[in-house]
Write a protein that binds this ligand. Structure first.
Ligand SMILES: *Cc1c(COP(=O)(O)O)cnc(C)c1O
Length: 473
């Protein structure tokens, strides 16, 4: 029997559609568009399989009857009904994981998000005077209070903050950057490209490993506008290195009438050496050391929403706020609602430490992590002999370009299975619902309790239980 015969036998979209609808008659209506698309996709898949078949043996395997295709349609429909953007379980131990949405929000921020999202609000209304106001007002004072800045501005993200700063203050003029700081940050933030977009002219000085303040001095001319320091983020030159300090650059900028800008990337409002982590410059320190403009992300170490925060001299920040590009980069009320609630927690640093997940995850003690890892390992151990499970000493990461070399000691659950390769196990967990994102180290699969929240452990045990019973079948 030839391929034409198989193609002829293949049920039509209409036949399958009718059968599907009969089956679902008593249930909640599924949008017709979704069902039609699912049926088309299944029929097309079978058609292609027929065409690709190399011999009769392969053709015989291909199902063409309505009853055989319905389960496939059901799967396709379920897949299409599911949200594309959905929660996952982060068992990687990377706290600020850009692919997994960076920082989790504090409960206080989530509550405010629900209120501001579900109600009208005074986004641009001065309630005292009954006049129009600016949306930036709500967090400006708070940011100034927390950092000692003269003024503050919030835009869509830090890349936007850098673009706006350069466009406003250096369009058509020169910006001097050390070669050691010309970085690309995962997900395509490249300083030279942002610079080009802004119309600023990039002047590179020094070498990859060593740049001195005199390198900047020699590069200054009449068209220089900004001395820019950029945080090297997830890139480090170690060993024989030198960079000019912010204080040195500040003196030079003041002497030459230039703007000193510091792109911190991950701005942190409290000193993290208390977590045993290496010193990370804070916006507060940058301003003290003489930076005129400081920019950082809202969803990295700050632990808030995606945002670009600009701090600095009043006239410089206000000029950025007036630039037409600021309108294109402005934040919405949801971001402001989350940001204000997050920043308020910083008024009492201990509160911030406890309530902002990014900070509390960093602050988890070894004893606590070991206890959580042991509890999880114990439950997995009870699932039978499909997994070899043990608790191992490991390291978590802060992530998000912050402190790339800093390692947070942790206790992780290590899994191996004689029935599955580590990659198969990783894939099965990733395709679970909810998806579980884990880490592979050699032939072990690692689950780090540091980044697990709420019922995550329960879902992990359920997923492994399912995987285990499928292995039996
Ligand atoms: C992360 C980072 C950025 C980009 O910030 P987004 O908020 O992701 O736009 C820019 N500069 C530095 C130094 C960074 O670390």
């Amino acid at each position: 029997m030839g391929k034409e015969e198989y193609l002829r036998r293949l049920s039509s979209v209409n036949e399958i559609l009718q059968a599907f609808n009969r089956l679902h008659a008593s249930m909640d209506a599924i949008p017709r568009e979704i069902v039609v698309e699912a049926v088309r996709s299944v029929v097309e898949g079978v058609r292609q399989a027929i065409q690709a078949a190399r011999d009769e043996m392969e053709l015989v395997e291909i199902k063409t009857e309505v009853e055989d295709l319905l389960p496939l349609v059901e799967e396709e429909v379920q897949e299409r009904l599911r949200f594309r953007l959905r929660r996952v379980i982060n068992a990687t131990g990377v706290i600020i994981h850009t692919n997994l949405g960076r920082s989790l929000l504090a409960q206080e921020a989530l509550e405010n998000l629900a209120i501001i999202g579900g109600c009208y609000c005074n986004l641009e209304l001065d309630l005292n005077r009954g006049e129009r106001s600016s949306r930036g007002d709500h967090v400006r004072d708070l940011l100034c209070q927390l950092t000692g800045a003269q003024s503050a501005l919030v835009v869509n993200n830090n890349a936007g903050a850098v673009l706006l700063a350069l466009t406003t203050h250096a369009q058509g003029r020169e910006v001097i950057v050390s070669r050691g700081q010309l970085i690309e940050i995962g997900g395509s933030f490249r300083l030279p490209e942002v610079m080009k977009q802004s119309g600023a002219i990039l002047v590179e000085v020094g070498t990859t490993n060593k740049t001195y303040v005199d390198d900047y001095r020699r590069a200054i001319n009449d068209s220089t506008a900004i001395l820019l320091r950029a945080h090297p983020s997830n890139f480090r030159v170690v060993g024989f290195t030198a960079e000019a300090s912010l204080e040195e650059l500040s003196e030079l900028a003041a002497e030459k009438g230039l703007i000193l800008m510091d792109d911190l990337g991950s701005g942190m409002l409290i000193d993290i050496t208390q977590f045993g982590l290496p010193y990370e410059p804070t916006p507060i320190q940058s301003l003290k050391d003489g930076a005129d403009l400081v920019t950082f992300s809202g969803d990295k170490l700050l632990g808030g929403p995606q945002a670009g925060i600009v701090l600095g001299k009043k006239e410089l920040v206000e000029a950025m706020g007036r630039h037409p590009l600021a309108r294109a980069l402005r934040v919405d009320k949801l971001t402001l609602a989350v940001l204000e609630a997050t920043l308020r927690l910083y008024l009492e640093p201990r509160q911030a430490m406890e309530k902002i997940p990014t900070l509390s995850m960093m602050n988890l003690s070894g004893t606590e992590l070991k206890k959580r890892a042991r509890t999880l390992a114990g439950k997995i151990g009870k699932l039978g002999d499909k997994f070899q499970v043990k608790v191992v000493e490991e390291f978590s990461q802060v992530g998000g370009g912050a402190l790339p070399l800093a390692q947070l000691p942790t206790w992780a659950v290590s899994l191996m299975s004689p029935y599955l390769t580590v990659n198969q196990l990783e894939e099965q967990l990733r395709k679970n619902e909810p998806p579980i994102i884990s880490r592979i180290k050699g032939d072990q699969l690692l689950l780090d309790p540091r980044t697990l929240v709420g019922d995550d452990s329960k879902y992990i045990v359920e997923a492994l239980s399912k995987i285990s019973s499928n292995l039996e079948a």
